[in-house]
Design a protein around this ligand. Structure first.
Ligand code: HPA
Length: 272
């Protein structure tokens, strides 16, 4: 069986042939937030199916391609549609794109997602700067043999969400008059939305928002020594805080706030 490093070599060799060699920022675009990739200049887009060792995304609202190019003057590699644990992929697969970003020398990753608001002061449509996370997925993408060339056995998660990036994102939000919230993201495996009891638990444990992504990718980003900026779009109030939950509402809310979301990310990227 191939090691992770060997797979990464195959993937990056393929991407190099397509003209994708050096990246500064990885961008992971969550449900309904993929449109930002359309603003990438001199873009090279490659469908996931074509890429060696890449899985294929299965969720509606996720386009399933890598887009490489320049955004806000930075060389970016955007993931338009991510892989979720609930789709049945292994954690290694879910986080593989982050490994690819790191293998292409990215120094940072911007991670975005749609989430349910747990903090009672949040409203659907709010953007939340992720300050920290709670890993409630029931597993960890780093379980298994550690490849020392990729990162340490016991990564320090004390500052997973880079302080300096958080400060810069807040400055940009202030300048633009965006009332960005901030808080802790709690990652569940999904695919069920949480129960109201789970949401009460989440709040008691210190969560401000809940979702089904991001945590594995950020763990792997930290393992690879990448800086992280995380922005969540609060698409709904979490279970028990509104009548019912559905994916249509999640997509509708991202569509409503996408202009604000895109400009926050672009202008923050410009100053990172
Ligand atoms: N829970 C989990 N994931 C989500 C939610 C939610 O309420 N909203 C969007 N993604």
């Amino acid at each position: 069986m191939k090691t992770l490093s060997e797979k990464l070599q195959e993937t990056t060799d393929f991407l190099a042939e397509k003209g994708i060699k050096e990246v500064s920022f990885g961008l992971i675009l969550g449900s309904g937030l993929g449109e930002l990739a359309e603003e990438i200049e001199e873009a090279i887009a490659i469908s996931y199916e074509e890429i060696p060792n890449f899985p294929v995304s299965t969720v509606a609202g996720h386009a399933g391609q890598l887009v490489y190019g320049t955004l806000s003057g930075k060389k970016v590699l955007a993931l338009q549609g991510r892989f979720h644990y609930y789709e049945g992929y292994s954690m290694e697969t879910v986080t593989y794109p982050v490994r690819v970003m790191a293998a292409l020398n990215a120094h940072s990753v911007v991670v975005t997602n749609a989430s349910g608001g747990v903090n009672e002061s949040f409203e659907p449509g709010d953007l939340m700067l992720i300050t920290d996370h709670l890993n409630f997925t029931g597993t960890n993408p780093l379980i298994g043999a550690n490849e020392e060339n990729l990162g340490p056995r016991f990564p320090d998660m004390s500052q997973a969400y880079t302080m300096d990036y958080r400060e810069k994102a807040k400055e940009v939000a202030n300048e633009k008059g965006i009332h960005m919230k901030e808080g802790v993201y709690m990652g569940f495996s999904g695919p069920t939305y949480e129960t109201p009891a789970e949401i009460r638990m989440a709040r008691t444990l210190g969560a401000d928002a809940v979702g089904m992504s991001t945590v594995p990718e950020v763990i792997v980003a930290v393992h690879n020594g990448l800086k992280v900026l995380g922005i969540s779009c609060i698409t709904n109030l979490a279970a028990g805080m509104q009548a019912n939950l559905n994916h249509e509402e999640v997509v509708e809310t991202t569509q409503r706030v996408k202009a604000e979301f895109k400009s926050l990310i672009k202008e923050t990227l410009a100053v990172l």
